[in-house]
Design a protein around this ligand. Structure first.
Ligand code: FPP
Ligand code: MG
Length: 332
């Protein structure tokens, strides 16, 4: 793992407040990835020690804290959401035929599609078993609903691959399901754990949702504009994969005929040249598509912060309030 790829939150108050819980979550990962099949252990060690930002477990731990939760099941819940997330990335890299993930080869490149898909299933099954063991049916409900929406989002993503007619509304619907659903589920599930009022549970879901949308918008921006070393995946991969994301949709809606043609020439072309990609990036800068994406993310980040006002003022709530801005400012 490259040393500069650390959990995102190391510089934030959120990280300092969640630090102890995150360490316990890491320790629990190691216990729970056990299997009498050594291969399962190998894949789990490879994936879970692989530079993830642990944003979802941090969200769980801080939301639980902000709701006054004093038990230990937030550790288990943090593990559950990271397992669901990791399972989804393993499957996503197969779907996208990805070349890199977090600066390394994705699991399907190391072990092949057959084993990788099964490993994703294993992690997901384990997360379900864990959520059942917490003994709260509502929790299982929130998590399975989030996962169903996640899968729907990925299906829509595949369905609309290469569809240059895709508008921003459909794109927003896709990322709502594909990404925001699990972030919403993390925050809401923490509220369920703490047995908060339904009003607070809804506010937590909104907070998680909006931070999730901001997160994905920045993900889509970074795919064009990041430093590839920090990003840990190829820059321009979305365009090559035929993915219609905010910056590209904005460019196709606002660019000149020539700028649109440059983008269309690369869309879905796995062998698109560096020069081709650079001309698209240049067009995005000229049409303000990158700025527009960042501004949209900032709007959702602000909305997320506002949703927290339903919770009582605590250091944990203040720390949560910093997370949206952090998500918008991240470089990977
Ligand atoms: C990343 O999107 C992918 C997701 C956010 C969701 C993927 C969901 C599935 C594959 C459904 C399977 C789920 C389970 C629980 C087994 P991206 O490709 O836009 O982002 P990337 O650039 O990080 O790959
Ligand atoms: Mg992908």
């Amino acid at each position: 793992m490259e040393t500069h790829r650390q959990p995102v939150h190391t510089q934030t108050a959120a990280y300092h407040l969640a630090k102890d819980r995150l360490e316990l979550i890491e320790a629990r990962f190691r216990e729970l990835q056990s299997s009498d099949i050594p291969l399962v252990q190998d894949v789990a060690t490879y994936l879970l020690g692989n530079g993830g930002k642990r944003l979802r477990p941090a969200l769980v731990a801080l939301c639980a804290q902000a709701c006054g939760y004093e038990g230990d099941d937030d550790i288990e819940l943090g593990v559950i959401v990271e397992f669901i997330h990791t399972a989804s990335l393993v499957h996503d890299d197969i779907v996208d035929d990805a070349v890199t993930r977090r600066g390394n080869e994705p699991a399907n490149r190391v072990w092949g599609n057959q084993l990788a898909v099964l490993f994703g299933d294993f992690l997901y099954a384990r997360s379900l078993a864990l959520s059942v063991s917490l003994g709260k049916l509502r929790l299982v409900e929130v998590l399975t609903e989030a996962t169903s929406r996640l899968v729907e989002g990925e299906m829509l993503d595949v369905l609309h691959n290469g569809n240059a007619e895709l508008g921003l509304d459909t794109y927003m619907d896709i990322i709502d399901r594909k990404t925001a659903s699990l972030f919403a589920g993390c925050a809401q599930a923490a509220g369920v754990l703490a047995e908060v009022s339904s009003e607070q549970e809804a506010a937590l879901a909104t907070f998680g949702h909006d931070i999730g949308i901001a997160f994905q918008l920045i993900d889509d921006l970074l795919d064009y504009a990041a430093d590839p070393d920090r990003l840990g995946k190829q820059v321009g991969a979305d365009l090559r994969e035929g993915k219609m994301t905010y910056p590209l949709i904005h460019l196709l809606e606002n660019g000149s005929a020539e700028q649109r043609a440059a983008a269309m020439a690369c869309l879905g072309d796995a062998d698109a040249t560096q020069t081709g990609l650079e001309s698209v990036l240049e067009a995005m800068r000229a049409t303000g598509s990158l700025d527009a994406t960042r501004e949209a993310a900032a709007r959702y980040a602000e909305q997320a912060r506002t949703a927290l006002s339903v919770l009582p003022p605590t250091p944990a709530r203040d720390a949560l309030g910093e997370l949206p801005q952090f998500v918008v400012n991240r470089g990977h």
